[in-house]
Structures are given as C-alpha cells and as structure tokens.
Design a protein around this ligand. Structure first.
Ligand code: TYM
Length: 334
C-alpha cells in the first residue's frame, strides 16, 4: 500500500486555490485508489507560526475539518485528523531540526517572502516560521508517505523533505521513505483575481481577489466578473504575458476538465470567459457549501471522525518515529 500524506493550515478560510490545487485531488483521486492509503491532516501547529488569535485558530481548525468532509473526504476511505492531536509530529520535528541546516531553511522562498514583508512593516517573525518546513517534513516522514499531493507553492518544502530523508538515511541507516510531490495537471497555482501575479492565498490583505469555498454564488460571481485582466482584449493562454486571462482559463479548465489553451480558442471576449468561469466555479462549489451547511449542525460527528482519525494516525506514526529515535542514537526508555 502506498501511503499518501497531505495537510492544510487553518490560518484563514479555505480558498478555491486550496480546493483546485490540493483538496480536489484528495477527494476525487487519492481516496479512491486501490493501491493507496491516504492520510490528511489539518495542520494546526503550522497556524501558530504567524500572529494568531487562539479562538480563531480553534474555529478555523474545526471549519477546515468540516469543509474537508463537505468536499467529499470519506472517513471510510482515508484518515483525517488534527496535527496537534498526534504528538509524533513535534517529536520527529526536533530530530529533523538536528538534520537540517540553518542555511537551507533560510533559503525557503516562503520564509524569505514573509520575513521581507514583516521587515518592511518594522516587525520581526516567529522562530517557528523559519523551522516550519522541518515540521512539515516531520508530518510527511512520520507516515512513510511516498506521495504528497500539493499545489505548486509547496513543491520546495517537499524537496527539502526529500533532502532531509536522504541525509538522515545516509547518516543513521535507512529509516524514512523518500516522498515526492504530486501536483494537479492544471491549476497547481491559482492566482489572486485582483493581483494575478500573486498566488491566491488564505491570508492576503485584500479579499476581493480570493474566492472562498463558503462564498455564496453572488459573491463568487462578483469576484470573478471583476477579475483583473489586461487591455489587449485577446483571449489567449500565456501565463507570463497574460496572467489574469490565463488564470481564468486555468480555473475554467480545472472546473470543466478541459485544456486551458483549447478553451481559449472558444472565446473572443473577456466578458464571456468571465461569465462561464464564474458559472463553473459556482457549480463546483455548490455541493460543498450544501454539505457544509448540513455538517456544521452536527459538530459531534466531525469530532468523532477526528478522534478516530487521530487514533489511527498515532498507530501509523509511532513506530516510524520510535525507529528514528533509536537510529539517531537516543537511548530507548526502559
Ligand atoms: P496551505 O494550507 O497553504 O495550502 C493547502 C494546500 O493548498 C495548496 N494551495 C494552492 N494550490 C493552488 N493554488 C493556490 N493558490 C493555492 N494555495 C494553496 C497548497 O499547495 C497546499 O497543497 N505547508 C502547507 C501545509 C502542510 C503540508 C504538510 C502539506 C503542512 N504539512 C505536509 C503537505 C504535507 C501549507 O501551508 O499549505
């Protein structure tokens, strides 16, 4: 059985980027594979790496789990749990901090971008922002995952995870499976509708360019219809020269199963492209919103799924992390 692992961070409401870049693969592909055992996690500890409000993180963690179930994750087909319920993640993270170097963590793009932003605002960043990719590596390696279905922005973190696994194995004997990132064919990087050169992210300052999974149809329509494009009026797929139009084509292709280049040929105006994209996104999200409305009234059901998921996750991770403790030279407890 191939182990699959992926996670989502409760730092904001889930977006269309999260859905197309990651969650949809988990729901539609990963959990249906006969050869795979998928494990999905609401990675709440990662939400503490930036300024946070305790009650909000708690609320968003539950909301993320509810939305993952509403999106179609089936607890009979996968393991779903909350990271902080399973101690093995932080246990292993320390050993990996003793494997990684300060330099390789400082090179991570997300760290550089976030520290630059904080410095410009005259603020510092939490130490955990630097070590965050090591915790992410622990998330993946603790489960012996071979595949990590993620969007494009996580590719570098998965590469680091591979490097750490290989280094640890070489120094201390074979302990970890070396994982690889699996990206969706289209929409691996959905861009902000108002700023199509930036990724659509949960915590962007302005929300006008972000479609949230729980946005109502009128809001989705408004956001897509107001998407920033360009002035030349030609519908053509070219992510460099025409980022706004290409982003809409990517989203439309991801929703309808087409190819962005081929879809472009069917349009001679931005208005028609936006109208069809808005309608496709509304239809894509409709069942998710409906199931979410049902599930939100039954928090005990969500808690039960998370409790049994954490139990299974502990069973999977414990032996791997214990093995790593022995391999690195720590004396086993009597
Ligand atoms: P996070 O919470 O930012 O995003 C969750 C998933 O959604 C993808 N994603 C996108 N895909 C396409 N376009 C976008 N605009 C977009 N925005 C987000 C992300 O690539 C990700 O797959 N560090 C991770 C969480 C994490 C994790 C892990 C993932 C922690 N441990 C272990 C995999 C395995 C993160 O911040 O994702």
């Amino acid at each position: 059985m191939k182990r699959i692992f992926s996670g989502i961070k409760p730092t904001g409401h889930l977006t269309l980027g999260n859905y197309l870049g990651a969650v949809r693969q988990w729901v539609e592909v990963d959990q249906h594979r006969a050869d795979a055992d998928p494990v999905f996690c609401v990675v709440d500890l990662h939400a503490l790496t930036v300024e946070h409000e305790p009650a909000r993180v708690r609320r968003l963690s539950r909301q993320a789990a509810t939305l993952l179930l509403a999106s179609g994750l089936d607890p009979e087909r996968c393991t779903l749990f909350v990271q902080s319920h399973v101690n093995e993640h932080t246990r292993l993270a320390y050993l990996l901090e003793c494997t990684a170097t300060d330099g390789e963590l400082r090179r991570m793009i997300q760290y550089r971008e976030k520290t630059a932003g904080a410095a410009a605002a005259g603020q510092g960043v939490r130490l955990s922002l630097l070590t965050y990719p090591v915790l992410m590596a622990a998330d993946i390696l603790a489960y012996g995952a071979e595949e990590v279905p993620v969007g494009e922005d996580q590719r570098q973190h998965v590469e680091l995870t591979r490097d750490l696994a290989v280094r640890f194995n070489q120094r201390y004997g074979h302990t970890f499976t070396v994982p690889r990132a699996v990206l969706p064919r289209v929409a691996a990087r959905v861009m902000d509708l108002q700023d199509p050169r930036s990724k659509m992210g949960k915590s962007h300052a302005s929300t006008a360019g972000i479609v949230y999974l729980l946005d109502d149809p009128a809001t989705v329509e408004k956001k897509v219809m107001r998407a920033v494009t360009d002035n030349d009026g030609e519908v053509r797929y070219d992510r460099e020269a025409k980022p706004g139009v290409s982003n809409l084509l990517d989203v439309l292709a991801a929703c309808t199963g087409g190819e962005p280049e081929a879809l472009a040929a069917g349009y001679d105006s931005y208005g028609a492209l936006k109208k069809d994209t808005a309608a496709a996104v509304v239809e894509l999200l409709r069942p998710v919103r409906e199931r979410h409305a049902e599930l939100v009234g039954d928090p005990a059901r969500v808690d039960a799924v998370l409790a049994s998921g954490a139990g299974r996750a502990r069973e999977l991770a414990r032996p791997v992390v214990d093995r790593a403790y022995r391999a690195i030279g720590l004396l086993p407890a009597a």
